[in-house]
Design a protein around this ligand. Structure first.
Ligand code: NIG
Ligand code: FE
Length: 399
């Protein structure tokens, strides 16, 4: 029995299971006047006709795949409003970080918080994201910076994934900063020791390889060990400065290199041959009042581009997908079609979910965003635009 029919005046979707690069990022299919047939949470047919019987029917002017936010820092605890004021007053990310504030403030709050506190605080972000059409969310640790608290965060992510309707992908970012009281080498050894336990929670590790965080040498030591243990690699690279982190991502064939504000031409070419996806997060540039990643160069050089929110209390206190899209048009100079591919299919490739998630095609999970009175350009144009409904695994959430 067909459980749900979504009638789309216009259906816009990238197609396929692999990451798109270059001109293929613009190759978004537009189907008009179609019915999407959904059974057991999956798309079973896309047709200009509808079946004789079905349980539920919804219609919309525009339907796109559910958005995939492949880089957030959920779960965290408490905000950092004072950092915002200091930054507006001219303080840099690095100044706040080096003086023991910045993300260390969040580390203290997360360490003090119980799992219940963390669940309560972060569940609302997932609810908000769902409302905005984000049907898949990457969450990471990184505010514990010791075994107990990193595992606490990973546990919370596990629980969130059972409570929230979204698909949640977990990443271990124990290598987010060097905790006070330890030197870099000591902490890298501890991180390596945690890997076997971490494997019970996730297949992804990430590291912040930058000034004030981990050197390329330490990152290489840690990531090589993680690779040996079967983890997929991600790197926060070239965000604050260029110390060669994106070149390391290319060398180790990381799944993604994230941020890339300060990348140089050689590293772009290195990434082009590596299969690594460039995850660009323009809202971080906005909040840090920094430069924007050279998205056009990535696209011209055939590096697949994904976009994400980087939602966190310091450098990107925003989870609004249309704001990210707006900045992607305004500063990354991406077209609405490229943005759609970057925020759906390419992002699902980062998370290893593209067989199931990221496009509206027969056989894929029924994750859809429905809008009235909108075309593809309305999304980045109107910051805060809320969809009329979101479909997650065939379940309708009306706004
Ligand atoms: O992606 N760069 C490091 N991590 C985050 C910021 C986290 C924080 O400041 O709380 C980022 O920008
Ligand atoms: Fe980040």
């Amino acid at each position: 029995m067909i459980e749900l029919i979504v009638a789309a005046d216009k259906l816009c979707t990238p197609k396929g299971n692999g990451p798109k690069s270059g001109q293929d990022m613009s190759q978004v299919e537009l189907l008009e006047g179609v019915y999407i047939w959904i059974e057991s949470g999956k798309i079973v047919e896309i047709s200009t006709s509808k079946p004789k019987s079905f349980v539920r029917f919804v219609e919309a002017d525009l339907v796109v795949p559910g958005f995939v936010d492949c880089h957030t820092h959920i779960p965290f605890y408490g905000f950092r409003e004072n950092d915002f004021l200091k930054r507006v007053g001219g303080a840099t990310y690095l100044q706040l970080h080096s003086s023991g504030g910045g993300l260390f403030e969040t580390v203290e709050k997360v360490r003090k918080a119980s799992e219940t506190d963390l669940l309560r605080f972060n569940l609302r972000f997932l609810r908000e994201l769902l409302k905005k059409g984000v049907t898949t969310v990457e969450c990471k640790s990184g505010y514990g910076l010791d075994r107990e608290n990193e595992l606490k965060q990973l546990n919370v992510i596990d629980k969130l994934s059972k409570i929230a309707p979204q698909d949640i992908v977990s990443t271990f970012l124990g290598a987010h900063a060097i905790p006070k009281g330890l030197n870099e080498g000591e902490y890298v050894d501890q991180l390596i020791d945690m890997l076997d336990e971490v494997k019970n929670y996730t297949n992804f590790v990430d590291i912040f390889c930058d000034v004030g965080a981990f050197s390329v040498e330490s990152a290489k030591t840690f990531l090589t060990k993680a690779l040996e243990k079967g983890f997929k690699l991600r790197i926060h690279a070239d965000e604050i400065s260029n110390i060669g982190a994106s070149r390391l991502a290319a060398e180790l064939k990381a799944v993604s290199a994230d941020h890339l504000l300060k990348i140089d031409e050689d590293a772009i070419q290195a990434l082009a041959g590596s299969g690594t996806i460039a995850v660009l997060m323009p809202s971080t540039s906005f909040h840090l009042n920094e430069t924007y990643a050279p998205a056009r160069k990535f696209i011209e050089s055939n590096v697949p581009v994904a976009i994400a929110s980087d939602f966190n209390p310091g450098s990107s206190p925003t989870l609004e997908p249309t704001f990210v899209m707006h900045l992607a048009v305004r500063y990354l100079k991406m077209s609405p079609e490229e943005i759609l591919t970057a925020f759906t299919l390419n992002a699902s490739c980062v998370l290893g979910l593209s067989e199931r998630i990221g496009t509206v095609e027969v056989g894929k999970q029924a994750d859809l965003v429905l809008y009235d009175d909108a075309n593809l350009l309305t999304l980045p144009y109107m910051i805060g635009l809320t969809p009329k409904a979101v479909v997650k695994r065939g379940q309708v959430f009306e706004n």
